[in-house]
Design a binder for this molecule. Structure first.
Ligand code: FES
Length: 222
């Protein structure tokens, strides 16, 4: 079995998963002529570090006994093996020559440009507060799909289940108030600012948000 990944996009900033899956399949079939059936496909999130190297070690500004492994930048299987060795040594007080390279509190001057452009990208997402909704009425939402609709000064994340029941939540992300976007492939609400994701019931499935989207109305039928 062969696993192929790619066609990345920023969370909540694209809703064209079918086209990306198709491009991946073309790429794969051109290079691996023996490929027959596509058995599974899925999407998830890649945490990228500014310098492409994972953060493995003590969590800065936290209790002494809190350790993290994140920022895998697409190399999670490799970093997982490294982390098992590095964290074991750190906890047992053994010197490990990799510790500095993976130190979560490191600052890389060369990564400042990326840091600035990433934050400009986040700032641009707040313009969603000013734009119209994707559709002008929840009546236009077909069963099994969702859309962001304007509601006065704010926006709602509206999902209609397969039975026609409308499930509405505030579209305002509970992390830092960006407007979430509908992910038609995974059927989730994804935040374009820092990657929080919520299921159609508004529950958090991926941080940094820790609180659910505020419910608005769950009883309307098509
Ligand atoms: S505002 Fe949504 S993840 Fe930060």
């Amino acid at each position: 079995m062969l696993i192929v990944g790619g066609e990345d996009h920023k969370t909540g900033q694209a809703n064209d998963a079918d086209a990306r899956y198709a491009a991946l399949e073309v790429w794969t079939r051109e290079r691996f002529l023996m490929v027959e059936e596509i058995l599974f496909r899925w999407s998830g999130q890649v945490m990228n570090a500014d310098d492409g190297i994972a953060y493995i070690g003590k969590n800065p500004f936290d209790e002494e006994n809190v350790y993290i492994v994140t920022g895998d930048s697409g190399l999670g299987m490799t970093h997982g093996a490294i982390a098992s060795i590095l964290l074991t040594d750190t906890i047992l007080g053994r010197k490990n020559t990799w510790a500095e390279a993976y130190d979560p509190s490191r600052i890389k001057i060369g990564a400042v440009g990326d840091f600035v452009s990433e934050n400009l990208n986040v700032a641009a997402q707040y313009l969603d507060w000013l734009t119209p909704g994707e559709i002008d009425s929840v009546e236009k939402i077909a069963p099994g799909t969702g859309a962001v609709v304007r509601h006065g000064l704010t926006k709602l994340a509206a999902y209609r289940d397969e039975n026609g029941i409308l499930c509405e939540h505030s579209a305002v992300c509970t992390h830092l108030n960006c407007i979430v976007a509908w992910n038609s492939s995974e059927k989730t609400w994804d935040c374009p600012c820092h990657g929080s994701r919520f299921n159609v019931q508004g529950k958090v499935i991926n941080g940094p948000a820790i609180n659910a989207l505020a419910p608005v109305n769950t009883e309307k039928r098509m």
